[in-house]
Design a protein around this ligand. Structure first.
Ligand SMILES: [Zn+2]
Length: 342
């Protein structure tokens, strides 16, 4: 969900693993840059990019298989599903599961749908709403919800930014109630996609903000609204949380998205520093394209690789994007001609 070149851990917590998952990178970055990029291709050679290493026998066999099939029409999907992929290091739990699964959770929980906004709301189902359970039998209602709660059917080539981020508000009443079951669903998908490192993010501060908003209440006088939580000391906890996060950011090990790199001042120095500090950039191609339109030659992926920046493929919000980690690998192989190792 992050839109800029920011530390991925800001405001989030890794639900299933310690934040030092960088150690797993060498295993998961089968198609990623860095350790196997020819030194001559790196402008920053000798300034942080690691020395090239030997290609393993398994990597050579995989490349021999992949080479003849990579350019055939239609990606070899089964190959990328079975390819061991380590972990998806940029995955938000709230956007990770399918719209169909969220609809079923809403139906089970007796939630209602505001029909004007396709937003899940608490029962009882009053005027202008209908039970989410109707989606089990009303196909048109079900499909309309899937489109509203994900990028399904979104016209390609149009800016999906607003639709993408609006989905979280529409299904938010479902996701905050079912973190455990959604986590189980994510873990199942880790197995289905032949990964061995489950990792997803939640934003604990959002629960606190929701409670604070309920407690403080609404006031159209914004100055008065601002004074209320300050006077009551209610902001102390969120501020302390933010400070802790800022300290953590100073030890950043990974950066989320990073599609804006080449538009920043002195981006070459940023790229060199990122490579020298071995900060991995998490790249979710589908999400980047849906939100920002950056794809193929527009994406700084090749720049990262040229500078020796570690790059890991990720999904961001696979449920919203209607994608999965295997698809991201298939896309990277086809769009950038990657082999194994990258
Ligand atoms: Zn994100």
């Amino acid at each position: 969900m992050h839109r800029r070149f920011v530390p991925a851990a800001r405001g989030t917590t890794n639900a299933l693993s310690p934040p030092t998952a960088l150690a797993a990178l060498s295993a998961l970055a089968v198609l990623s840059a860095g350790s196997v990029t020819p030194a001559a291709a790196q402008p920053a050679a000798g300034q942080g990019a690691p020395a090239p290493r030997e290609v393993t026998a398994a990597e050579a066999r995989t490349d021999a298989y992949l080479n003849p099939v990579r350019d055939r029409p239609g990606p070899p999907r089964d190959f990328f599903v079975r390819l061991p992929k380590g972990g998806d290091l940029h995955n938000h739990l709230s956007g990770a599961v399918s719209a169909e699964y969220l609809i079923e959770l809403a139906a089970e929980g007796g939630l209602c749908i505001d029909t004007a906004t396709t937003t899940a709301v608490t029962p009882p189902c009053g005027p202008g709403t209908r039970p989410a359970a109707d989606a089990r039998t009303d196909r048109a209602f079900h499909d309309a919800l899937v489109r509203a709660w994900s990028m399904e059917g979104f016209p390609p080539g149009q800016s999906g930014h607003d639709h993408f981020f609006a989905t979280f508000g529409k299904f938010g009443e479902v996701t905050w109630r079912h973190r455990g079951r959604m986590l189980a669903e994510v873990a199942d998908d880790v197995v289905r996609q032949n990964q061995f490192h489950p990792e997803t993010m939640v934003a604990p501060a959002s629960d606190g903000a929701r409670r604070l908003a309920d407690e403080v209440g609404r006031d159209d006088d914004l100055a008065a609204l601002h004074r209320k939580p300050v006077a009551g000391g209610k902001l102390d906890e969120p501020v302390a949380e933010a400070r802790k996060e800022a300290v953590g950011a100073a030890r950043t090990e990974r950066a989320g998205h990073g599609v804006d790199l080449v538009h920043e001042d002195d981006w070459q120095q940023t790229a060199r520093t990122t490579a020298a500090r071995r900060i991995a950039v998490e790249v979710p191609f589908t999400s980047n394209a849906q939100i920002l339109g950056g794809k193929g030659a527009d994406h700084p992926f090749t720049v990262y690789r040229r500078y020796g920046v570690p790059v890991v493929l990720a999904t961001d919000d696979p449920g919203v994007s209607r994608t999965g980690i295997s698809h991201e690998y298939a896309y990277a192989a086809a769009a950038y001609g990657l082999g194994c190792p990258g």
